[in-house]
Design a binder for this molecule. Structure first.
Ligand code: ADP
Ligand code: TRP
Length: 461
């Protein structure tokens, strides 16, 4: 298992076409079968060109949906957004200091821009610094390989340069040198015009997630064989986009037969296009379904990104701690800790002491009518007021009688939370009942911590 890092910039409109799929996503899925992959949406990189809130939002959302839909199973893939892992920019500002100005001036992206008669006044530093942010993206995860298109090879080489300099200057092999990985066999997919690289801006694409009508129209517009006037004329396969795409998406045997018929003038252009249309839809059926499911379920998407960001931060955090230590930012007075944590990270005593747990007396309890789970507890903490606190345990067989006139432990300083349009002003503490019977929800029945002989309002320390 090798570690792989790659980023995708939402600089286009975020939609993906079959060229993107065949030229990039498919390879990545292949690599992910037996490697540990970190794949992120490089939204900070997009800022070099996209400086409009609405557009950046829309492009990023679109790209996230398309990628997730096409990737499907995220086994071995940590998928996240660059801006959700702030260590990318933190490392960039450190690497700025070991990167020679001349190195960046030789970078293609910057040179290309200059040669297009754009004056230096019109080139922002984000573009100039792009390779350093990319180096940070990569080095944070200490990957073995970075899969990129040919146009990005130089960026990986610059990354190696920067890593080498850092290691040399600070006399520690913090960053292993990553290798660019350019899948050679990846052909550039030609567009439906039969001439130029398939590209959204050229309008020669076949979409993946557009409506069936749009895709049908795109397929019907494919360049075929201009010498062929009638379905009975013998047709050519070479350079015929319908057959080019069919080689990827069609059924091998059926495609061979169609080619045979086409060259003998036994099948019309419309018929082969219909077959291509059906093949593409069949090929992407699951991805298209996933796309709609995800689109209708923003919480699920957010959750995937959250989990991805947590995993990425865990690695990024370790690298950054090492970097801080190596360059001398850490000293005898240091207290800094990254605020991003995963649930298994230990918390400090100070953090724990922020949680205020008190003994509360339940003087009244009743079922919440419109719910089949909730019980409303009226809790006295001996502080003059009464609090309403909900617990959702009727499914386990608990009734209000189990609570009334008893004392329990509650979290006292919890932000109130709306439950069935009412505020729950705290939380009752329970123990996971490992040895207790499984309740209706299939979960272990919780066991409430009785505090009947403790004083009302007493704090737990
Ligand atoms: P472009 O490469 O045109 O700027 P994107 O940045 O949207 O387009 O491309 C995202 C990924 O899809 C890149 O890895 C790129 O190489 C790949 N890709 C885009 N268009 C094609 C194509 N026509 N054939 C093969 N790969 C493509
Ligand atoms: N610059 C890459 C592109 O334009 C995207 C990218 C950003 C990237 N950070 C990366 C790719 C890190 C690989 C690794 O395609």
């Amino acid at each position: 298992m090798k570690r792989i890092v790659s980023g995708i910039t939402p600089s286009g409109d975020g939609t993906l076409h079959i060229g993107n799929y065949l030229g990039a996503v498919q390879q990545f899925k292949e690599i992910a079968k037996d490697n540990e992959c970190y794949l992120f949406v490089a939204d900070l990189h997009a800022l070099t060109t996209i400086q409009n809130k609405g557009i950046l939002k829309k492009n990023s959302e679109q790209l996230i949906l398309c990628e997730l839909a096409l990737l499907g199973d995220l086994k071995n893939i940590v998928f996240f957004r660059q801006s959700d892992v702030p260590m990318h920019t933190e490392l960039q500002s450190i690497l700025n200091n070991v990167t020679p100005y001349g190195l960046l001036r030789r970078a293609h992206a910057y040179k290309d821009k200059l040669s297009k008669d754009v004056s230096e006044e019109d080139i922002n530093l984000g573009l100039f610094n792009y390779p350093i942010l990319m180096a940070s993206d990569i080095l944070l995860y200490k990957p073995d390989l970075v899969p990129v298109g040919k146009d990005q090879k130089q960026h990986v080489e610059i990354t190696r340069d920067i890593a080498e300099r850092f290691n040399k200057i600070f006399k520690k092999e913090v960053f292993p040198l990553p290798e660019p990985f350019i899948p050679e066999e990846v052909a550039v997919i030609v567009g439906t015009d039969g001439q130029r690289k398939m590209s959204k801006s050229l309008g020669n694409i076949i979409s993946i997630f557009e409506s069936e009508e749009v895709i049908r129209k795109q397929v019907m517009g494919c360049f075929t064989d201009p010498t062929r006037k009638h379905a009975t004329d013998p047709g050519h396969i070479e350079g015929n986009m319908v057959f080019t795409y069919l080689d990827y998406f069609g059924n091998h045997k059926e495609v061979s037969e169609l080619k045979e018929r086409y060259t003998h003038g036994n099948v019309s252009d419309v018929e082969v296009k219909e077959y291509l249309y059906a093949s593409i839809l069949a090929y992407f059926t699951e991805a298209r379904k996933r796309y709609l499911d995800l689109k209708n379920n923003p919480k699920e998407v957010a959750n995937i990104l959250l989990q991805g960001a947590e995993k990425a931060r865990e690695i990024a955090k370790n690298t950054m701690s090492e970097v801080r230590e190596t360059i001398g930012l850490t000293n005898s007075y240091s207290f800094f800790q990254y605020p991003y944590r995963v649930s298994t990270d230990p918390i400090t005593l100070n953090e724990f002491s922020l949680v205020d747990i008190r003994v509360g007396f339940v003087d009244k309890a009743e079922n919440v009518e419109k719910s089949d789970k909730l019980i409303r507890l009226h809790v006295d903490f001996g502080d003059g007021g009464k609090r309403t606190i909900f617990t959702g345990v009727r499914g386990y067989g608990y009734t209000s009688a189990d609570f009334v006139n008893h004392r329990f432990l509650f979290v006292y300083n919890l932000k109130p939370r709306k439950m069935m349009n009412e505020e729950s002003q705290g939380m009752i503490l329970a123990v996971d009942g490992d040895t207790l019977p499984v309740g209706e929800h299939g979960l272990r029945k919780p066991f409430f911590i009785a505090a009947d002989n403790l004083p009302i309002g007493a704090k737990v320390r």
